[in-house]
Design a protein around this ligand. Structure first.
Ligand SMILES: NC(=O)C1=CN([C@@H]2O[C@H](COP(=O)(O)OP(=O)(O)OC[C@H]3O[C@@H](n4cnc5c(N)ncnc54)[C@H](OP(=O)(O)O)[C@@H]3O)[C@@H](O)[C@H]2O)C=CC1
Ligand SMILES: CC(=O)C(=O)O
Ligand SMILES: [Mg+2]
Length: 419
């Protein structure tokens, strides 16, 4: 574990040298009167008229092709709950910083003070011409599902709710490698999912898509089963036929995937799991159960958290920057399961390769594929190359890319120079 972050340090980091975490920079010269005539009137009228004639030219003459909106209404911010649009801004600025640093994507964070599904969708639609993609963030379930569905249906740029799909990609990559290390098959796993919101539902769908058969899901009322009358249609997808207590759900389980809030499972639950349990305790910033408490009773466990200060950070930061990079570069109309699976496999494969000297310098020589290192570090510069190229290829192969003739090896070379 690295040195704990104090409140004072975190507040100072956000306040200095200037409030917030990002600013805007220009890409063209603006030094002379002639530059001004180019950038602004009269020169600017020419690209405007080209775009009016052919909307695709927006990708040629504006920042649209490399610009993503990070949009939230602040209703499910990390595990902090509904703290509102304004209070969500540090997280959204943070996501924009990660886009820029890890995948060279420009982005604006946009906090929308609106909880009504249709009104929120209308705001997103109205501002969508500006962007090459939309990353929805920290919007509570079940509203997030409907919002994303409508936007994907109605817009022709990639729209992805990161808490759903970024998280699904990274937890799938983590599961693939954890199973590889302890020699278990995905098909044979018993998985308990604690949480039944945006992240939990989407991760569980992807687990099923890669072969997991036995999933038991719990929400704040307990195990989700067909006898319950308080289930929305998303939770119903995972209802088991008979009632079950939570402790019985954990009995001999191989995996627990926590996407809920602190304290929703305890050492008692972990103690009844199968040998070498996989415990992803992913609530942020405070996990369901801390790694030391898990390892204290199950020293052979593979443990992951969402945080940057423990081994095995299982966090969508290893997903969303690279999936959008690939999607933008082939002007994908949407982000589909084929692209998500390709991303997860590429992430999993990368963790098996020896780490670079740069990563050793940051994290030390001990970083080798093992129970303590199942996923690449977000700082691994090979992520953009391997994951974004895999996503771009999957977009082309699955027919959602507008750019169809991409030389993947050439593209990988370009990616390696982007950050
Ligand atoms: N590491 C990572 O990369 C990521 C981590 N997360 C974390 O996952 C958590 C959930 O996020 P998200 O899905 O967006 O939020 P949602 O608000 O959509 O879902 C929260 C879920 O937690 C459930 N819950 C609350 N209390 C309990 C309990 N006692 N037992 C079981 N479930 C409970 C809620 O149940 P109910 O439906 O009954 O209200 C709800 O289903 C957050 O802590 C977030 O930080 C999210 C995305 C990525
Ligand atoms: C990581 C993230 O997106 C979350 O905790 O909400
Ligand atoms: Mg989030």
């Amino acid at each position: 574990m690295s040195k704990p972050v104090t409140k004072e340090e975190a507040l100072e980091y956000h306040e200095l040298p200037s409030p917030g975490k990002l600013a805007i920079e220009t890409t063209t010269n603006l030094k002379t009167q002639r530059d001004l005539s180019m950038a602004y009137t009269p020169g600017v009228a020419f690209p405007c008229l080209e775009i009016e004639e052919n909307p695709e030219d927006a990708y040629k003459y504006t920042a649209k092709r490399n610009l993503v909106a990070v949009i939230s209404n602040g209703t499910a911010v990390l595990g902090l709950g509904n703290i509102g649009a304004l209070a969500s801004k540090p997280v959204m600025e943070g996501k924009s910083v990660l886009f820029k640093k890890f995948s060279a994507i420009d982005s604006f964070d946009i906090e929308v003070d609106e909880t009504d599904v249709d009104n929120f969708v209308n705001v997103c639609k109205a501002i969508s011409p500006t962007f090459g993609g939309i990353n929805l963030e920290d919007i509570k379930s079940p509203e997030c599902f409907e919002i994303e569905r409508k936007l994907v249906e109605e817009l022709n740029i990639p729209v992805m709710h990161d808490d759903q799909h970024g998280t699904a990609i990274i937890t799938t990559a983590g599961l693939i490698n954890a199973c590889d290390i302890i020699k278990k098959n995905l098909e044979d796993l018993k998985v308990v999912v604690v949480g039944a919101g945006a992240a939990a539902i989407s991760c569980s769908r992807m687990y099923k898509a890669v072969g997991v058969k036995n999933i038991i899901m719990c929400d704040s009322k307990g195990v989700i089963h067909e006898g319950r009358e308080d289930l929305n249609k998303y939770k119903k997808e995972f209802a088991i036929s008979e009632p079950l207590s939570k402790i019985d759900a954990f009995r001999e389980a191989d995996v627990v995937l926590g996407l809920s809030r602190p304290g929703t499972f305890t050492q008692e639950h972990i103690s009844v799991m199968a040998d070498e349990p996989i415990v992803f305790s992913l609530a942020n910033p405070t996990p369901e159960l801390f790694p030391e408490d898990i390892l204290a009773i199950r020293d052979k466990a593979i443990v992951g958290t969402g945080r940057s200060d423990f081994n095995n950070q299982v966090n969508n930061v290893i997903g969303f920057p690279f999936i959008f990079r690939g999607a933008l570069d082939v002007q994908a109309k949407k982000i589909n399961m084929a692209m998500k699976k390709a991303a997860a496999q590429a992430i999993a494969d990368l963790a098996k390769k020896p780490v670079t000297d740069e990563i050793k310098e940051i994290f030390g020589d001990h970083i080798v594929y093992s129970k303590e290192y199942i996923l690449p570090k977000p700082f691994d510069k090979r992520l953009i190359v391997e994951v974004s190229s895999a996503v771009a290829k999957a977009a082309i192969d699955s027919g959602v890319a507008r750019v169809k003739d991409l030389d993947i090896e050439e593209y990988k070379k370009r990616l390696s120079k982007m950050i």
